[in-house]
Design a protein around this ligand. Structure first.
Ligand SMILES: [Zn+2]
Length: 56
């Protein structure tokens, strides 16, 4: 058993994130039914946090 990046290889096959229909990213969680990027499925508003620096 090893921790860290090499162990990520065990995650292959099961894809938890699929294409998000709202933001188009590969960040929609299949089981959670939420998008990690825009929050689709979680809230009607776009997911945004103050700690996340927006380039605007
Ligand atoms: Zn999204």
């Amino acid at each position: 058993m090893s921790k860290g990046t090499p162990s990520m290889g065990k995650k292959s096959g099961k894809k938890s994130h699929i294409m998000c229909r709202r933001c188009g990213g590969h960040t929609y969680h299949k089981r959670h039914k939420t998008c990690a990027s825009c929050g689709y499925g979680n809230s009607s508003k776009l997911r945004s946090y103050s700690w996340k620096k927006n380039k605007a």
